[in-house]
Design a binder for this molecule. Structure first.
Ligand code: ATP
Ligand code: AH0
Length: 386
């Protein structure tokens, strides 16, 4: 039976809440999904500020986090209700919502005083009660409970949607973080490899905001003007994350504002554009090296299909193509899909599996030891008409 479903995605960049409407039927390899409508709602500035405060170690308080969980739930519900209005739809026409939530903190491996854990806020009950639509949320915790890193989760959906028996294909997302999924032409689940390579736009964005008061480096124009600061580059590239073998996932904890600020302070005497250039080279070269070290030795690739905002950074894309000259570089649009809605759509696939009772993660991608059904369901009580 065909279902109508809404996906909500709010990524690490905190730039927008993405809402997608899809038609979906089937499960696992039989899944058929079609995007019907998409819109990005800009993130409320005050809430963005509060979220960033909550994320930063110095400013986090339990009271703020408690409130934020509900405030984000209301924001996501408002976005869905606005979206339904704009498309003249009622909640009765939608079968379910799948919401990623806002990642506040992610600890993929045990640390000295903290255990593996992950926190996505935007409570599912708030979303379901304010929209009147059954909501599946909080996908990452079940994967962690089963021994995984809770990320990346999108590769499961990518495997269902984009595998191709004629091509060895990489799906690559350039959001705040850079993550890749390798889909082998044998189309077997066991051959899918996926991991986060490190930063994509996260460090560049923060530096543009601090140094130029601009949200990001439009088309990479600033980076293109600059030159490499060798010591800064070596310092970042020596981070142990780049040498770790997959499965691995990362986030703001390693490459966020605190770390980037410390670098800016240290290299303040250099030209601003040299700092942006160096960070862009770090993104490009850490991606190229991840392919060389962890992918190409086993799987020669025909193409890499990029999505996420960083795919619009033309300078970054040129650097990656130069470093991987034998691989065809494409954008998701070249396959007829919308790259902006990709992650929200992936969560529709994951939510559909939750409701179908099918597992919805790849053990090799997250490192989980046992399959599970990810996602918590917040149902809506509907009085049966007598
Ligand atoms: N024209 C452009 N030139 C350069 N960079 C761009 C351009 N358009 C978007 N971006 C970058 O893309 C970012 C937003 O990307 P996206 O929305 O894919 O991230 P996200 O989904 O929040 O992150 P993640 O996938 O890590 O959770 C912006 O912050 C900016 O850095
Ligand atoms: C903990 C967390 O929110 N991780 C995100 C983040 O953004 C990109 C990368 O880091 C990836 O690991 C993940 O998101 C995507 C949607 C995923 O789970 O596949």
């Amino acid at each position: 039976m065909k279902k109508k479903a809404i996906g909500i995605m709010s990524g690490t960049s905190l730039d927008a809440v993405d809402i997608v409407l899809c038609e979906i039927e089937g499960s696992y390899l039989e899944t058929q999904i079609k995007e019907l409508a998409f819109k990005s709602y800009s993130f409320d500035e005050e809430l963005k500020h509060k979220t960033l405060q909550a994320i930063s170690l110095e400013n986090a308080s339990a009271k703020d986090l408690c409130s934020l969980n509900f405030e984000l739930g209301y924001l996501f519900a408002d976005c869905v209700n606005q979206f339904l209005n704009e498309h003249s739809l009622t909640s009765d026409e939608i079968d379910f919502i799948a919401s990623h939530g806002q990642t506040i903190y992610h600890i993929p491996q045990d640390e000295k005083n903290h255990i593996r854990s992950t926190l996505q806020l935007g409570d599912g009950s708030i979303i379901s009660s304010k929209t009147g639509i059954t909501t599946v949320s909080n996908f990452r915790t079940a994967d962690m409970a089963l021994g995984g890193q809770g990320a990346p989760l999108v590769p499961y959906a990518e495997f269902l949607m984009y595998r191709d028996k004629n091509k060895n294909r990489a799906m690559h997302n350039l959001g705040g973080i850079s993550n890749l999924t390798i889909l082998n032409r044998d189309c077997s689940e066991a051959s899918v490899l996926a991991f986060d390579t490190g930063p994509a736009n996260m460090m560049i964005d923060y530096s543009m905001q601090q140094l130029y008061h601009l949200p990001y480096d439009q088309n990479g124009a600033t980076a293109r003007k600059g030159q490499l600061i060798r010591s800064m580059y070596d310092q970042i590239m020596s981070k142990s994350y780049f040498n770790e073998c997959p499965p691995k996932s990362t986030g703001r904890e390693l490459f966020g504002n605190l770390y980037t600020k410390s670098l800016i302070d240290q290299y303040m005497n250099h030209k601003k554009e040299d700092i942006i250039h160096t960070l862009t080279k770090v993104t490009a070269n850490s991606i190229i090296e991840a392919y060389e070290r962890f992918v190409l030795k086993n799987t020669p690739l025909d193409e890499i299909i990029f999505a996420g905002g960083g795919a619009y950074n033309t300078y970054l894309m040129e650097l990656i193509q130069t470093g991987l000259p034998n691989i065809k570089i494409m954008r998701l649009e070249d396959l007829g899909f919308n790259s902006q809605s990709k992650e929200a759509t992936a969560f529709v696939v994951l939510g559909n599996e939750t409701l179908n009772g099918h597992y919805n993660h790849l053990l090799k991608a997250t490192g989980a030891t046992t399959y599970g059904i990810l996602g918590q369901i917040s149902p809506v009580y509907k009085k049966v008409k007598s």
